[in-house]
Design a protein around this ligand. Structure first.
Ligand code: ADP
Length: 401
């Protein structure tokens, strides 16, 4: 079965074509990205086996981007498909599934209408996701399509974990609650962690730490998410590249008053000017911060904040899980930064964790970084959201048949 996985963003379309013969098959036969959609200098990157090309063309919107993807996949010279009819199913990443979707779902007109309603909760993300779905319905008609939601995996949060202590009427009126994000990544790495540990996911207590430019942690008990750090929006929780994470909400009111800021100004400060960039004043990229740390106090302080705040969440989730068998580190920072990984676990010996410095040199590969005798296992697991989307699509489409 050939499954096209599509992740339609506001200015990029990422795609991967999987050949899946069974649930565990995960052959990527082609992949790439269309960048700078709606901006000058749009280009398409395409990789298939050892062939790799980049082409430039004006791409005004997601529909034209997907037309180009279909064209290149079926290209006589470099394509991997003879005809578009060889695509058997399409899996879409959709950011927000609201309260309605707690699992991936086969798309129908009714489902699409609900996804559209969820756009109010993710105005930057859901609209391009929907454009991608509609374009695929036209370009590759009659093929089953599946929506895989970033929020779905956290649909299992108990009420006391998702309700905020603000007047309850706002939950009723606006559905203001914790939704959580990065669900596809948390679900994927949790499943891999169980395999690495040789245990059943249903009997494990895990904290999964997705640390990229966006950062979120999840507490996973017996295979389900029971708490997560991102909330109503992806702004809450850990400190991120440019997002502030948890702060006293009164700071927002105070700053708006003192600096005469409007909502857009404040939104930009919290989402684009804070976090690693805001504290360091250097960059949002932790690689630059690690390089600057020997000479710059604020770079060292930034690294201290990252580790301190990560440690606090792991401690909180240890408490709510009632113990901890494993911690997974994933995404850009989690998969690469030995320094940040190590500093998160300094002083956590009482949790039964010991980091092995030699093992902690691992990058972008699965492996344990805790010592063999560490009772709490710490693992690096590269995330693979596309594969998770392909798997869910495979399962839903084959169950349907
Ligand atoms: P995104 O969330 O945008 O998909 P990634 O998961 O790729 O991003 O993470 C990007 C971030 O990961 C970078 O901004 C950088 O902070 C961090 N990162 C990537 N590689 C390294 C590295 N070798 N060392 C330290 N940090 C890294």
């Amino acid at each position: 079965m050939n499954i096209l996985v599509v992740n339609c963003g506001s200015s990029t379309v990422k795609y991967q074509l999987f050949r899946m013969e069974e649930e565990n098959g995960d052959d990527v036969i082609a992949k790439g990205v269309v960048e700078r959609i709606g901006i000058t200098g749009s280009n398409l990157e395409y990789k298939a086996g050892d062939r790799e090309i980049i082409r430039e063309r004006e791409i005004p919107n997601q529909r034209v981007a997907l037309e180009w993807v279909v064209e290149i996949l079926t290209d006589d010279e470099i394509g991997v498909l003879e005809d578009i009819s060889q695509i058997d199913a399409i899996g879409h990443r959709v950011v927000h599934g609201g309260e309605r979707f707690t699992d991936s779902v086969l798309l129908s007109q009714e489902v699409l209408d609900v996804v559209r309603e969820c756009s109010e909760l993710a105005p930057l993300h859901n609209p391009p996701n929907i454009l991608g779905i509609e374009a695929c319905q036209d370009l590759i008609p009659g093929v089953p399509q599946v929506a895989v939601f970033d929020t779905a995996f956290h649909g299992t949060l108990p009420e006391y974990a998702y309700i905020y202590p603000i007047p309850y009427g706002f939950y009723r009126k606006y559905r203001i609650r914790r939704y959580g994000f990065h669900g596809t990544s948390h679900k994927y790495v949790a499943g891999r962690a169980a395999k690495m540990m040789g245990k059943n996911l249903g009997e494990l207590k895990l904290v999964t730490c997705h640390m990229g430019s966006g950062v979120s942690f999840a507490a996973i008990k017996n295979g389900v998410s029971i708490d997560t750090s991102m909330g109503f929006t992806p702004l809450e929780g850990l400190m991120m590249g440019t997002r502030c994470g948890d702060i006293d909400p009164a700071i927002v009111l105070y700053l708006m008053d003192k600096e005469g800021l409007d909502i857009q100004d404040m939104d930009r400060i919290l989402n684009k000017k804070s976090g690693v960039l805001g504290v360091s004043g250097i960059s949002s990229d932790t690689r630059d911060i690690e390089d600057a740390a020997p000479a710059e106090h604020r770079a060292r302080l930034t690294l201290e904040l990252i580790a301190y705040r990560a440690k606090k969440y792991i401690g909180a989730y240890y408490a709510v899980l009632g113990g901890l068998d494993g911690v997974v580190l994933t995404a850009g920072i989690g998969e690469n930064s030995s320094y940040i990984r190590k500093s998160i676990f300094v002083g956590l010996d009482h949790f039964g964790v010991k980091i092995d410095d030699e093992k902690n040199t691992i990058r972008r590969k699965e492996g344990f970084i805790s010592t063999d005798d560490s009772s709490l296992k710490v693992m690096v697991i590269p995330t693979n959201e596309q594969l998770m989307i392909a798997l869910d699509t495979y399962l839903l489409v084959t169950q349907r048949e």
